[in-house]
Design a protein around this ligand. Structure first.
Ligand SMILES: [Zn+2]
Length: 466
């Protein structure tokens, strides 16, 4: 894939999140097309080749005991990642620049016509599915391979080079999408009548639905009602404070009847919840409605509504249902003045949709430029594992610890979304106990629990350090 100068710069911008020094000065790097000879007088340069193919044609390489597919290989496939020629040039044997650009920019989903019923890019049509590599942050591995070459080269050439890490161990970005706040909401209780009459699909067994219906009636009639199982914010925040985690809560506005939430930001209960979260050091962000993924005016209104309650401009957003049109949704979020999005995981599969466990900038293909907004990739939504993939708690735990250890390798981020409405033992037996021990384990393994806005502050400061 031949990349424009802007696209090459885009890759280098992200390489500089991991390494800085004289070795990365632009005039030290030359990029040639596959088959082009290195000009004779050139020496002491870093040489990358572009593969002439337009679409990925993966080649597997062994790296630190792992098989890593490099999306764009070069014709004369060599075993070594790089070599030094007689003129002391460092030459890479794989087209890392295209491989990185392809994943990070989301090229595969910009080009595709494949959509699921919510308009989302399906995992089933992704290169990650094809290569079975969604569990690996490939882009981080590619950067690591480049850095290995640069380190050897810099030493010989006497050039400065310095590695960087965003986190000493890894960043644990925990977030909660506040989709629903009342398990026994009258609308939900009434809906159970429909379910029992066979007019709506059952969420649970018939008997359980009937029991929950009775419980709901009693709950709503009892003037001394106890706490609703989904109004569990005190429990969530107490646990996080105890473990030293500060998470981000994304709030969703009621809109288009029942497609989104059943609350508005200015409801007294929600207002004081937002106020309390903010005062306790948690971040409050926007959970964009279904419509906002393609409607700028709509998103502007939501952001304004949240601002009125929050008292400051929200910085982060996650789209409800992870409904995302690449790059249109990014453009809308950026025009709304948001600083970061964190929607990019596959809804039906945990792992790395852009192959990266670091914040990154998306790419605007139309104007051939890097965008200003940041993406903090989502790595795991509990729904993907428990509902879409029908896996249990033990598997979720293993996966979470795997992603945490990948993040630790690179000083990057493990991002976990857990809905408050999926933390009730009435629906999911043993979930509170499991969740508590999972968070404990992640923190024990070195996870630094920080909200999205703080990750962005960190990465912005680090980007200035060239
Ligand atoms: Zn949602």
């Amino acid at each position: 894939m031949y990349l424009s100068e802007n696209k090459i710069q885009y890759v280098f911008f992200h390489l500089r999140q991991h390494v800085t020094g004289e070795v990365l000065e632009r005039n030290r790097v030359i990029v040639l097309k596959e088959g082009e000879p290195i000009p004779e007088k050139i020496s002491g340069k870093v040489v990358f080749y572009f593969s002439e193919i337009e679409n990925p044609n993966p080649v597997e390489v062994d790296f630190h005991g792992k098989k890593i597919p490099v999306l764009f290989g070069l014709k004369n496939i060599k075993k070594k990642l790089f070599y030094e020629d007689a003129q002391s040039n460092l030459i890479f044997n794989f087209d890392f620049l295209s491989s990185i650009f392809y994943l990070l920019s989301g090229a595969q989903e910009v080009e595709t016509t494949q959509k699921d019923r919510y308009g989302r890019f399906p995992y089933a049509f992704s290169i990650q599915q094809k290569l079975d590599c969604v569990h690996l942050p490939l882009v981080n591995y590619y950067f690591e391979m480049i850095i290995k070459g640069l380190e050897i080269f810099s030493k010989k050439q006497g050039l400065s080079i310095k590695r960087k890490r965003l986190f000493d161990d890894f960043g644990f970005f925990l977030s909660h999408d506040v989709d629903r706040v009342a398990f026994h909401h009258p609308f939900r209780v009434l809906n159970k009548i429909k379910q029992l009459m066979g007019l709506a699909p059952l969420g649970y067994s018939y008997t359980k639905t009937f029991k929950l219906f009775l419980k709901g009636i009693l709950f709503n009639l009892n003037p001394f009602q106890k706490q609703d199982p989904w109004w569990n914010f005190g429990w969530i925040t107490d646990l996080e404070i105890r473990l030293g985690i500060r998470s981000t809560f994304f709030f969703l506005k009621q809109e288009d009847r029942f497609d989104n939430s059943l609350y508005k930001f200015h409801f007294n209960k929600i207002k004081s919840l937002i106020y309390n979260l903010k005062n306790q050091g948690f971040e409050v962000g926007l959970h964009g409605t279904m419509r906002s993924a393609y409607d700028l005016e709509n998103l502007l209104r939501q952001k304004k509504d949240l601002y009125m309650v929050l008292g400051n401009q929200p910085k982060g957003i996650r789209q409800h249902y992870l409904r995302f049109f690449h790059p249109q949704t990014f453009m809308i979020q950026q025009d709304t003045g948001l600083t970061y999005d964190t929607s990019l995981a596959f809804a039906e599969q945990d792992g790395y949709r852009n192959g990266y466990c670091f914040p990154f900038h998306p790419y605007d293909f139309e104007s051939d430029q890097m965008m200003d907004i940041w993406e903090i990739p989502l790595v795991m939504m509990e729904v993907s594992v428990l509902q879409y993939r029908k896996a249990g708690f033990p598997e979720l735990r293993n996966l979470a610890l795997h992603y945490a250890s990948e993040a630790r390798k690179f000083g990057g981020i493990f991002s976990l979304l857990w809905h408050n409405c999926r933390l009730s033992n009435i629906e999911y037996e043993g979930v509170t106990e499991f969740y508590e021990s999972l968070l404990g384990e992640i923190v024990e393994n070195g996870g630094e629990g920080v909200p999205g806005e703080e990750i962005i502050n960190r990465v912005s400061n680090s980007s200035l350090d060239f």
